[in-house]
Design a protein around this ligand. Structure first.
Ligand code: PRP
Length: 206
């Protein structure tokens, strides 16, 4: 259920945002462009239904997205991917999960939650640039457990193997799309080689 996106164009974008010398402005636009790749990939896996549309010439067999989509950016860094996903899925509603990882225990603490109403035909897509221990992703998934839904997907820019393993062990049924599978997590819980702290680099904090 884990898809690592491939392609030279995407790889070059990932290389650019990794670099320390990349400015906040270029980091933000790079994350946005990688978000487009992730959103297009996720859009391929949305539930579809067959229908017919009328062109100026003839009826055409067509596919529509079945049900509704709720995007869930994990605050803060998930906001960096939100516009890209909305560009690809302009029909989506947006919920917010505010989580902050305690840098000593690496456990996420929730500080905000606001989701649109879902139904048994809703697809949730959780978006967050980083999957390190996967604690934040697993905490977000647990918020959805008792909400009506049809399916859940997750999209991250960079993941550590340790996080992928933890996520797939806890939620083997949740497809995960990532732009890069990195080498490992260090003792501080940072992805190596990674790109540093995505939230800080997106929003100018240190
Ligand atoms: C970072 C990142 C993820 C999380 C990943 O956010 O954006 O949400 O940590 O780590 P995990 O997989 O070990 O849970 P952080 O908590 O630093 O908050 P921020 O987005 O406000 O920077």
């Amino acid at each position: 259920m884990v898809t690592v996106l491939t392609g030279t164009g995407l790889a070059a974008e990932v290389a650019a945002i990794r670099q320390t010398s990349t400015s906040m402005q270029d980091f933000r636009t790079g994350v946005h462009r990688i978000g487009i790749h992730l959103a297009v990939e996720a859009s391929k896996h949305l539930p579809g239904r067959s229908t017919t549309v009328q062109t100026p010439l003839a009826p055409a067999e067509a596919t529509m997205v079945d049900g509704d989509v709720i995007l869930l950016p994990v605050l803060r860094a998930g906001l960096g991917l939100l516009d890209a996903f909305l560009q690809v899925m302009p029909y989506a509603s947006v919920g917010f999960a505010g989580l902050r990882r305690n840098e000593e225990t690496l456990e996420p603490t929730e500080y905000y939650r606001r989701f649109p109403d879902s139904t048994s035909n809703t697809t949730f897509i959780i978006i967050d640039p980083m999957l390190a221990t996967a604690g934040s992703m697993i905490a977000t998934l647990s918020m959805l457990k008792d909400l009506p839904h049809r399916s859940i997907m997750a999209a991250c820019l960079i993941a550590a193997p340790e996080g992928v393993e933890a996520l797939t062990a806890a939620h083997p049924d949740v497809p995960l799309f990532i732009a890069s599978l990195d080498d490992h997590l260090n003792e501080m819980g940072f992805i190596v080689p990674g790109l540093g702290d995505a939230g800080d680099r997106l929003f100018g904090t240190t």
